[in-house]
Design a protein around this ligand. Structure first.
Ligand code: 5GP
Ligand code: ZN
Length: 121
C-alpha cells in the first residue's frame, strides 16, 4: 500500500485524518510511507509523533503485518531525533489503554531535547 488511493485508512481515526491533511498538524518530516508531527501536548522540548501513513492499531500489529513499515517509522524517528534532539532520544510506543495508548493508530513518541529521567509508571 504505497499510493494514496489504496492506503489503509479508518474514517474516524484522528491520525488517519492528520495523514490525509484533514486535521492540521505541525509536520516536521515525512516520507512516502510515514509522517512526523509535533505532539499537541509536549512532555519535553522535543516531542514528535511518528506514524505510518497506513492505519495499524498498535506496534505489535504493525510488526506482524508490515515489519518493513515499522522499520520505516523507526528510521524517520531517528531522522527527526538527529535533526531536533542531537540523536539522543526515547522512542515510546504505548500499547493498549492500560499502558496509556489513547489513539489507536500506531505512533512512536520521539522524546528528547533534555536529560530524561526514568519513571515511566
Ligand atoms: P498515546 O496516549 O496514544 O500514546 O499518544 C497520543 C498522543 O497524541 C498524546 O501524546 C496526545 O497529546 C497527542 N494528540 C492527541 N490529539 C492530538 C492532535 O489533535 N494533534 C496532535 N499533534 N497530537 C495529538
Ligand atoms: Zn488511522
Amino acid at each position: 500500500m504505497s499510493s494514496a488511493e489504496n492506503r489503509l485508512s479508518v474514517p474516524d481515526c484522528l491520525f488517519c485524518r492528520i495523514v490525509a491533511g484533514e486535521v492540521p498538524a505541525d509536520v516536521v518530516a515525512s516520507t512516502e510511507r510515514a509522517v512526523a508531527f509535533r505532539d499537541i501536548n509536549p512532555q519535553a522540548p522535543v516531542h514528535v509523533l511518528v506514524v505510518p501513513r497506513d492505519h495499524h492499531a498498535d506496534v505489535t500489529q504493525l510488526a506482524a503485518v508490515d515489519p518493513g513499515l515499522l522499520a520505516d517509522v523507526v528510521a524517520l524517528a531517528d531522522e527527526v531525533a538527529q535533526e531536533h534532539a542531537g540523536g539522543q532520544f526515547r522512542l515510546v510506543f504505548n500499547t493498549g489503554a492500560e499502558a496509556g495508548q489513547s489513539v489507536f493508530h500506531v505512533h512512536g513518541h520521539v522524546i528528547g531535547g533534555r536529560r530524561l529521567g526514568w519513571s515511566p509508571a
